[in-house]
Design a protein. Structure first.
Length: 306
């Protein structure tokens, strides 16, 4: 066999990777110098961000004062110095204003009051990792959480256990689904989870480069496999759309609920407006996007340009 024929055989045996889908530029533009930190203060690696019902912004990071609350204009409202977590990951604020923290290294989730008091914890004793996928009240490197319209809580658990765990509003275990793998209903790093107003559950199956979709009870409904690598997911109720942090490609995309890209924002870089490890994100009631970055140690705001 000649050298050229060998090369041709290799090409035929190894199909080209699918071209990354893209779309038009999103209408949001960078808000410069957001937020305003006190003199001498810095973020660490910013892992999570969320907005509450008043469009205040909550930032979770791996530095001093790991939880900070800002108003939409970037004014610091409060900062918590003594947060009992080992390493920040996801953060979400529930409809009642409670702040939920995901401690990836401490294998726990915590329900906090708005002024930083611990109200409830799900964790193994000693913050030990759960031994397997079937532990009801423990995790192994959990990543994020979200809420069903009926008050149920879904936890993506996560880097090791590769499952979704569901609790009711009283934090009583309901069910879990998923295991390590590449098949439908299996995960390779369940990195984030969000729920639309119809109760469908969307999971960022990070290392499998896909978003999987389930009904409220974990029945597989479908998947999106051509959007990049999903690290963060956020359902924007006012737009009935999902925003995704494509961490591998350092961009944010907006998709409709059929998985079609409606807009794209960002690209790799260190300068303002670019991303390096776009990790999680949130969208407020006016359509402003907040993006948490691990490597750039920052959260950036992008507001609709009018």
């Amino acid at each position: 066999m000649t050298r050229n024929s060998i090369l041709l055989a290799l090409v035929l045996a190894c199909p080209l990777a699918a071209e990354l889908k893209t779309g038009p530029a999103l209408s949001q533009g960078l808000v410069e110098n957001w937020p305003a930190l006190p003199k001498g203060w810095n973020f660490g690696e910013v892992s999570g961000v969320d907005v509450d019902r008043n469009d205040n912004v909550w930032v979770f990071h791996r530095g001093q004062h790991p939880v900070m609350q800002f108003d939409k204009n970037g004014k610091l409202l409060q900062a918590w110095a003594n947060v009992p977590v080992k390493s920040s990951h996801g953060i979400r604020v529930d409809p009642d204003g409670n702040v939920w923290l995901v401690d990836v290294a401490g294998h726990q989730i915590m329900k906090m009051s708005r002024d930083g008091r611990v109200n409830m914890v799900i964790s193994n004793a000693g913050q030990a990792a759960a031994a397997n996928n079937d532990v009801k009240y423990g995790f192994n490197r959990p990543t994020a959480l979200t809420f069903h319209p009926n008050g149920d809580l879904y936890v993506s658990d996560g880097y090791v256990n590769s499952r979704i765990v569901r609790y009711n509003k009283n934090l009583e275990y309901v069910q879990h689904w998923g295991k390590k793998g590449k098949g439908d209903g299996e995960f390779d790093t369940a990195h984030d989870v969000t729920v639309d107003r119809r109760g469908r559950v969307y999971v960022a199956d990070r290392a499998n480069n896909r978003v999987q979709i389930f009904d409220a009870s974990g029945q597989f409904l479908g998947k999106w496999t051509d959007l990049g690598q999903p690290w963060g997911l956020y359902y924007a109720k006012n737009e009935d759309s999902i925003y995704m942090a494509d961490g591998e490609n350092n961009r944010v995309i907006k998709v409709n609920l059929d998985g079609q890209i409606q807009g794209v924002l960002g690209g790799f870089g260190k300068a303002p407006g670019k991303f390096d490890f776009a990790h999680h994100l949130a969208v407020d009631s006016s359509g402003s996007i907040y993006v948490a970055e691990i490597k750039n140690w920052r959260v950036q705001k992008f507001a609709i340009v009018r």
